[in-house]
Write a protein that binds this ligand. Structure first.
Ligand code: NAD
Length: 476
């Protein structure tokens, strides 16, 4: 039922040159369920050669044909939703319904970029003399090397693929070794839609080996990475040494500010769902809950009541699956233990669930001091640490304290507060009174240590284009 995954290079699925593989583990059972091919340098050289050839073909293909092909891939992906969600749930652990939403939203991303690619307009700049013409044209940046993680095996990869393809680029994706098969199914949709050889290449292997080889290789013009801030900084430094363009979608530590005048029931409803989605393993996960003192007790009580209703497991009725691996369970255990030692109160959860699988209880901590590790380090797990504040300035100071700046959330009944928040919060995305991030047509990206560039909307496409200026004389 669970397929082994090969490399996709030059339009062909193939074993690695040396035939080596990496085991894939089901995080709900800790059992090996399959393998993924482990690329060697020879495979990477093949992928680079293929991507260079693919670029020449794709760049010159008529824009309407490219767009139609991408739309076909989106339709095929929708047809694969059942299979892809089952496979994703097995390898990643998220409930099938959640996986299914990811597959369908990936198809939407492809559709949106298929259309946006048709709008890569240039412009004419009025010249200083009637005999001169000045043109600005947009061209694809070239071959892209993309590195995508395991938390959204399809969605993290599809954003990079769709925007690169819409701009006319070819791409080599280093997919997630933990969750390769669903990512490969998405690439198959493009294959079945008729993508020319070499336009999309998918490899897996040792991340550091692959990134150091591809980033420094002269064939590659642009790097896009999604993952942790420390790794992102290393890759950005390497890209800088080789003068490569980058998009870095890194870690976050999203503040969630609940003001006294907020609708508490709405806030609880939205935040319990979004906090524990994907077992909290989301870069924009609501993280530091800042509660104004007038509503703090009521909010904690209602949030805890709803958290206790979350069904953890790996069957169709589950609301939350396991973490991806033992390392993440240990990280969450460490963060919870440290918070309690620092004086926090454990309201619910706090422990790994005994038995097979990397399951952890949905956890709520209140009264967490700002020096606790969890208030400073991205938890990337099912824990909601909460603290109180008294006035607006306190909340803003705490929200902006960290060097992360990806997502932020706020709940308030005051339009004036909304306006002030829009100006004062330091983050790439701010969602007020609802959870509205991560749709194809809107920007998705961070500032400060959370990264550089954006992965959604028209701005994402721009980062796969270069601007060329052409000035010439006009012969009458
Ligand atoms: P990790 O730092 O080992 O890996 C994170 C991701 O980066 C993985 O996909 C991994 O394959 C990749 N990676 C690691 N070293 C690399 C290298 N030298 N070159 C290229 N890719 C490399 O962490 P992890 O234990 O897998 O995940 C935990 C942390 O990663 C989390 O705390 C979170 O901050 C971050 N993360 C972020 C996202 C996101 O959506 N921004 C997704 C997954 C993980």
């Amino acid at each position: 039922m669970y397929p082994n995954t090969e490399l996709f290079i030059s339009g062909r699925w193939q074993a690695a040159a040396q035939g080596e593989c990496i085991d894939v583990v089901n995080p709900a059972t800790e059992q090996v369920i399959g393998t993924v091919a482990k690329a060697e340098l020879a495979d990477l050289d093949n992928a680079l050669f293929a991507a260079k050839k693919g670029l020449a073909v794709w760049r010159d293909m008529c824009i309407l044909e490219r767009s139609n092909l991408m739309r076909r891939a989106a339709t095929i992906l929708r047809e694969k939703v059942e299979n892809a969600s089952d496979v994703m749930s097995l390898e990643q652990g998220k409930p099938v319904a959640e996986a299914s939403r990811e597959v369908l939203s990936a198809a939407d991303v492809i559709d949106w970029f298929a259309e946006e690619g048709r709008r890569t307009y240039g412009r004419v700049i009025p010249a200083r003399a009637p005999t001169i013409q000045q043109l600005v044209v947009c061209e694809p940046v070239g071959v892209v090397a993309a590195f995508t993680p395991w938390n959204f095996p399809i969605n993290q990869a599809v954003r990079k693929i769709a925007s690169a393809l819409a701009a006319g680029c070819s791409i080599i994706v280093k997919g997630p070794e933990e969750t390769p098969a669903s990512c490969a199914l998405m690439v198959r949709a493009f294959e079945e839609a008729g993508i020319p050889e070499g336009v999309i290449n998918l490899v897996f292997g040792i991340p550091a080996e692959i990134s150091s080889y591809l980033i420094s290789h002269p064939v590659v013009s642009k790097i896009s990475f999604t993952g942790s801030t420390p790794v992102g900084k290393e890759l950005a430094a390497l890209a800088g040494r080789h003068m490569k363009r980058i998009t870095m979608e890194l870690g976050g530590h999203a503040p969630v500010i609940i003001f006294d005048d907020a609708d508490i029931e709405d806030a609880v409803d939205i935040l319990v769902t979004s906090k524990f989605r994907n077992a909290g393993q989301i870069c924009i996960s609501p993280t530091r809950f800042l509660l104004q003192s007038g509503i703090a007790d009521q909010f904690i009580q209602r949030f805890v009541e709803e958290t206790k209703k979350i069904r953890v497991g790996a069957n169709n009725d589950s609301d939350m699956g396991p973490l991806i691996n033992e390392r993440r369970v240990e990280a969450i255990e460490r963060l919870v233990t440290d918070a309690v030692e620092c004086g926090a109160t454990l309201q619910t959860g706090g422990h790994r669930i005994e038995g097979a699988g990397y399951f952890f209880e949905p956890t709520v901590l209140s009264g967490v001091p700002v020096n606790a590790q969890i208030m400073n380090e991205e938890p990337f797990g099912p824990v909601a640490p909460m603290m109180q504040f008294t006035d607006y300035d306190d909340a803003i100071r705490e929200a902006n304290r960290l060097n992360y700046g990806l997502a932020a959330y706020a709940f308030t009944g005051s339009g004036t507060t909304e306006n002030k928040l829009a100006r004062d919060i330091e983050s790439g995305m701010l969602s007020i009174n609802h959870y509205g991030l991560g749709i194809p047509e809107t920007p998705f990206g961070g500032i400060k240590d959370s990264g550089f560039g954006t992965e959604g909307g028209a701005d994402a496409l721009q980062s796969y284009l270069i601007t060329k200026f052409i000035t010439r004389t006009i012969n009458n």
